[in-house]
Ligand binder design. Sequence first.
Ligand code: ZN
Ligand code: ZN
Length: 602
Amino acid sequence: MKYLFFSLASVMCVLYSCGNPGAEKNSNKEVAVSLDTAFNSFKASYINNLWEIYPGWASSLGYHKNDSVLVVNDEAFRKKEIDFANSNLDSLKRFSVMKLSSINKTDYYILENTLHGMIFFGTEFKEFEWNPASYNVGGSFAEILQGKHATVNEKLRTLFVRMANISAYYEAAKKNIQRPTMEYTDLGIQQNKGSVDVFKSMMKDSLKKSSLDANEKKLIEARINESVKAIESYVAWLTELRTKLVVPDPTVKYNSTAVMARSFRIGKDLYEKKFKYDIVSRFTAEEIYNKANHRKEELQAEMLKLTKELFSKYFPQVRVPGVYTKEHTKMLIDEISKKHVKRDLFQDAIEKQIPELTKFVSDKNLIYLDPSKPLVVRKEPAYMAGVAGASISSPGPYDKEGNTYYNVGSLAGYSAEGAESYLREYNYYILQILNIHEAIPGHYAQLVYSNQSPSIVKSIFGNGAMIEGWAVYTERMMLENGYANNEPEMWLMYYKWHLRSVCNTIIDYSIQVLDMSQEDVVKLLVEDAFQQKQEAENKWKRATLSQVQLTSYFTGYTEIYELREELKVRQGDKFDLKVFHEKFLSYGSAPVKYIRELMMND
Ligand code: ZN
Ligand code: ZN
């Protein structure tokens, strides 16, 4: 690695020495091209080195060269991580970022942020000390075993080598864990128990089906048994630890074996920093939290106006004394939700909508959609079942020719009652908004554009807030442009849907930074955001097992919307929505903050 950076540095010197600022435009251009070429080779070697440090991550993206390596997260490994981050930050300094192409400029900033993040997560955030669920070998073994990249025999041989580190892996985990949170300890026990099955059933079944000779089979089976033992020993160790874990309370005297649990609330300092590295916004987390509160009030006011307008249409017999309240809005939402597609026509309805959305987008000149990259609607595959109502699966960076799928959840396993409640949630109106978000012109359209500005850096470190923000932005943009003929019912349902992203931001910050109680969180979601109690309880649970991610939807949306409005003011008559959308997406899945800089300077 050292040698590589050294040789890269000498390339750079050559480039700078021929970059004479007084020279003709033509030769300046040549220098710029070679600078980008040098940066491209830097990126390529960076990614290669990254995959040596994180073979599991590589494997999940379809790069299987290092599948036989199971990384043991010990002190030596963490030192390697930090050294990697520091030496790459040094290498980055050798490129003058302003001279790079737009695609490389954003890649540069993404890499820089990621490397600083690596140092923060390794030395300050230190999740390896308090999240027992971060140690789990099941998923990666299952994924490799199910992969289509190699034969069963090849995969079993690879996994045989990979299994050799399982004991060391869990021994390191036991050493790392200091003060875990209760929630992650429970999750770690539950999920690792599930992983035992991957070895006892999946691996053993594959072994039986393989054509390896008896001797090799015996060796592999012995190692599978050792692996099961190692996982079970970790589960037993966690279960024992869990009995000693107590939530610190100064008024209680604990006995000497008690272990003080860490709070799942990470507090303001760590939250702001994690927000900075994960979301990459030009705002702080606190500023976004304030914006979300403001937006919530705006939405509720709009919803009350619509309630006034629509109430008597749906409840002609109910007399409303005086003013309308949130209760009336809730009644109205429940009533309008009864309009939904039939259970067995759910997938059909989605399929039919895709060409309608495409036509609307083209009739209204909102954005160009490449007809040669069709979206395939399919029933959600079994291994994804139960994850979400609908989602987009895109081909990974190492599988460019793969299809893009729109996975639609099946209602087959639902009881009549369960299906009815699901269909009301994804009612006639919300289903359309969902299709806008997931497909056109949301995630799917963004993806097509992002693939046209190929950047392996953005495929790997694609900014979640930009990706989700775009999908959330398009919901509002479509309605603003007259989608669904400005039907008040559609607007009301849109506001309810949008409130979810807004409240995700509010509760995540409130829970992690402001100490909000479970009771108050559920109350806020049910009363202010019109959610079902069960949905609200699930959201509480999710928020105790993650930090910051829930704010990505609203943060990205806000930044895109504000950028558009600022450009409108600045460009006046010359502003063109289609041009704005296409330009915005042309930079790939980069943080909005960086795209903003490039568009503002354009
Ligand atoms: Zn119904
Ligand atoms: Zn989304």
